[in-house]
Design a protein around this ligand. Sequence first.
Ligand code: ZN
Length: 115
Amino acid sequence: MSKAKPKTSFEIQVSEDTWTCHLWKAKSYIKLFGDDSGAIMDPDEKTLNFRDDNLEPEIIGHELMHAFFGYLHLDSVVDPRIDDIEEIMASWQGTNFIRFHEKVVAIYEALKEFT
Ligand SMILES: [Zn+2]
């Protein structure tokens, strides 16, 4: 069986690490990750995987936030209160929203031409 190859791939910076964005044909995506998601990230492989039949800035923003969330180092937080989550997100957004927005747009534009 031949291994599926992404339609395009490129590297991005997520916090202090280099991650790779992959755009998959829907058929390959479903084979690899199933059909119940619009995108999926893998924190161990440091990949963000998107499918070519469902590419929207909202999906990229959602998945990229998951990737960034790992760098908040909240692994030891058990049962956070909603106020804590609000404060964490508010401070993160306050510091990062411009760069985050620019990154979402850049990823979207780089992938869009392959859909
Ligand atoms: Zn999610």
